[in-house]
Ligand binder design. Structure first.
Ligand SMILES: NC(=O)c1ccc[n+]([C@@H]2O[C@H](COP(=O)([O-])OP(=O)(O)OC[C@H]3O[C@@H](n4cnc5c(N)ncnc54)[C@H](O)[C@@H]3O)[C@@H](O)[C@H]2O)c1
Length: 247
């Protein structure tokens, strides 16, 4: 119960990696604020699962691109549980296309959600964390941000930007005892990757030294470490969870 008494906001946590991360943090004792877009078909059921497991949970439906929604999310954490100690910037999307065919809207949408959303959440969560002189922020980047990836100009740029945001956040807030790190997952089994054609999946696996996709739980375990005092001398880092893909 290394996170007992701490409160964690996980964006985009209605399903997928965000849900697995929120479950991990809850199992470590944290109070959880789930967030997802209002149109999410899963956040209410996810919250029910948490309650059934006996975890403390609150919901904020809102879009990370909208700073008023983000302020509401931070307020919900502080008013419901008394503090906001952990922020996981997980909400993210892809809109893959060869660059020559990528429309301006595809670029803007991905950058707005994956990068501007993380900026709004970090800025507003940090205000609460500064008052407490404590905070752990984990940004969910991607190997696409460290290696680049064909067909993902928008996505890889957003994740590379998120890594820059991570390092700046770590430097700006280190003196306030706020840590900020990123993780760079490789290919993880999820709704985002389930839709890939079989031949594409096989090609991806052939490049991974450990010879398989990762699981959401394997990602969540590393996030749990970065949110706990076990990582108190770690900040500004990018931890790869990719079966050795990028080394
Ligand atoms: N799955 C992978 O292999 C993989 C690999 C590397 C990085 N990632 C990153 O992990 C994160 C989660 O990915 P996933 O595979 O679980 O995807 P997913 O699509 O299953 O889940 C993403 C969640 O974010 C929510 N969301 C989307 N836009 C939002 C917004 N504007 N505001 C709030 N919530 C929003 C969605 O509704 C959804 O619930 C993403 O940032 C993704 O880039 C995933």
């Amino acid at each position: 119960m290394k996170l007992k008494g701490k409160t964690a906001v996980v964006t985009g946590s209605g399903r997928g990696l965000g849900k697995a991360i929120a479950l991990k943090l809850a199992s470590m004792g944290a109070n959880i604020v789930l967030n997802d877009i209002a149109a999410s078909d899963s956040i209410d059921a996810t919250a029910e699962e948490f309650r059934a497991a006996g975890y403390n949970v609150a919901i904020t439906k809102g879009d990370v691109r909208n700073e008023d929604d983000v302020k509401h999310m931070v307020k919900t954490a502080v008013e419901t549980f008394g503090s906001l100690d952990i922020l996981v910037n997980n909400a993210g999307i892809t809109r893959d296309k060869p660059m020559a065919m990528m429309a301006e809207e595809d670029w803007d949408l991905v950058l707005d959600i994956n990068l501007k959303g993380a900026f709004f959440c970090t800025k507003n969560a940090a205000k609460a964390m500064i008052k407490q002189k404590y905070g752990k922020i984990v940004n969910i980047a991607s190997v696409a941000g460290t290696m680049g990836n064909r067909g993902q100009a928008n996505y890889s740029a957003s994740k590379a930007g998120l890594i820059g945001l991570t390092k700046t956040t770590a430097k700006e807030f280190a003196s306030r005892n706020i840590h900020c790190n990123a993780i760079a997952p490789g290919t993880i089994r999820s709704k985002m990757t389930d839709v890939l054609p079989d031949d594409v999946k096989e090609k991806y696996v052939s490049n991974i030294p450990l010879g398989r996709f990762g699981t959401a739980e394997e990602v969540a375990n590393v996030v749990g470490f970065l949110c706990s005092s076990d990582s108190d001398y770690v900040t500004g880092q990018v931890i790869h969870i990719d079966g050795g893909l990028d080394m």
